[in-house]
Write a protein that binds this ligand. Structure first.
Ligand code: MRU
Length: 341
């Protein structure tokens, strides 16, 4: 495959039996590029929980390599897998990747080479899925598009290229992109720090907007389409994604704009009937009252921090996957796509 991504958030350094996982510390981007080294599954689980690596597909790939570390000794293999499974609750890609690794364990036990090969397949499959998704999604985007997105769904959130940002990259490569509007995405600022970093590195025209600006920009006719990623898509098409996504879908419907979700089929959870069954990660209020270590609210201020929200399927124009674009009724179209994965 031609190289389609210049950034990767996860690397395995060394061979299967003695190598380590290294994660690009996304909390410190764009100011500095620092890699943190992990040699235990528990360490990797902590890295996921503390947002060193984030983004549903990247979390899945990272956890798969974490299982390789667990198989090499230290704590028990099952304890290592359990620690990884407990790291973050919403992204179903985490559990999907651990299931794939468990299937190898069931057949081969703690065979480190076999586990490493499976983790590597999870990584390369994700990259290939993103490139395919880019083509399907780009075909659905209007020409000369001004596209609004939220969070970071690019190379940093995946094994490379990205989901929603991958679609944007493909529209750009086709010469059909007028520009991107990236919502800053409070409180972690994935849009401001990570999406803008990726887009600027690739020379893609982009503007940063605060999370309160999309309604105004849509009302002025300055947005042509919205595309976002997902952490878990229920069987009926309800999609959990970064907090702030749902309000974009409501605004898009009001302004008659297409609202697409882009995610690999590994993000589809047919066992969860609808969005009410998707666990929403509640993170610390501290992350809301502080930005970059600076307290921005009065001392003692209380705050809420649900990290995700659920967009009901009825607000979604289409779900872009590596197997094609699912459209309403999503119950049938998602089940058909899942069979193809
Ligand atoms: O809390 P994060 O940064 O892990 O949240 C990430 C998102 O919400 C992404 O949109 C989603 O994981 C899709 S990434 C391709």
């Amino acid at each position: 495959m031609t190289v389609v991504t210049s950034v990767t958030p996860i690397r395995w350094v060394g061979d299967a039996t003695s190598g380590v996982v290294e994660l690009l510390d996304q909390r410190r981007l764009p100011a500095e590029e620092v890699w943190i080294r992990y040699d235990t599954a528990e360490g990797v689980a902590r890295g996921i929980r503390e947002m060193v690596v984030r983004g549903a597909p990247a979390i899945g790939v990272t956890a798969a390599f974490g299982v390789v570390l667990a198989a090499r000794g230290g704590a028990s293999l099952e304890d290592g897998v359990a620690a990884l499974a407990a790291s973050r609750p919403t992204a179903v890609n985490l559990f999907w990747a651990l299931e794939r690794m468990r299937a190898v364990i069931a057949e081969r036990g703690a065979d480190v080479e076999a586990l490493w090969a499976e983790a590597e397949r999870i990584r390369t499959d994700d990259l290939a899925a993103n490139v395919a998704m880019g083509e399907f999604g780009a075909a659905a985007m209007p020409d000369d598009a001004r596209i609004l997105t939220i969070c970071n769904t690019g190379s940093l959130a995946t094994a490379g290229y990205g989901t929603a940002l991958g679609v944007i990259r493909s529209v750009h490569r086709q010469g059909r992109l007028r520009g991107v509007m990236a919502c800053e995405t409070r409180p972690y600022l994935q849009g401001a720090r990570l999406t803008m970093w990726e887009l600027m590195r690739d020379g893609i025209a982009a503007e940063l907007v605060t999370d309160g600006m999309p309604g105004h920009l849509m009302s002025r006719g300055e947005v042509d389409a919205v595309i976002v990623g997902a952490d878990r898509i229920a069987a009926n098409g309800d999609a959990a994604n970064k907090i702030g996504t749902y309000q974009l879908a409501v605004l898009a419907r009001f302004h008659n704009l297409p609202f697409y979700v882009a995610a690999p089929t590994s993000t589809i959870d047919l066992e969860t009937a609808d969005g009410s069954g998707i666990p929403i990660e509640q993170r610390s209020a501290d992350e809301v009252v502080r930005i970059g270590g600076v307290t921005i609210a009065p001392v003692g201020a209380k705050a809420r921090h649900p990290a995700f929200d659920v967009t009901p399927a009825e607000l979604v124009t289409g779900i872009v996957t590596e197997a094609g674009v699912a459209r309403a009724p999503f119950g049938a179209s998602l089940a058909a796509l899942e069979k193809m994965r």
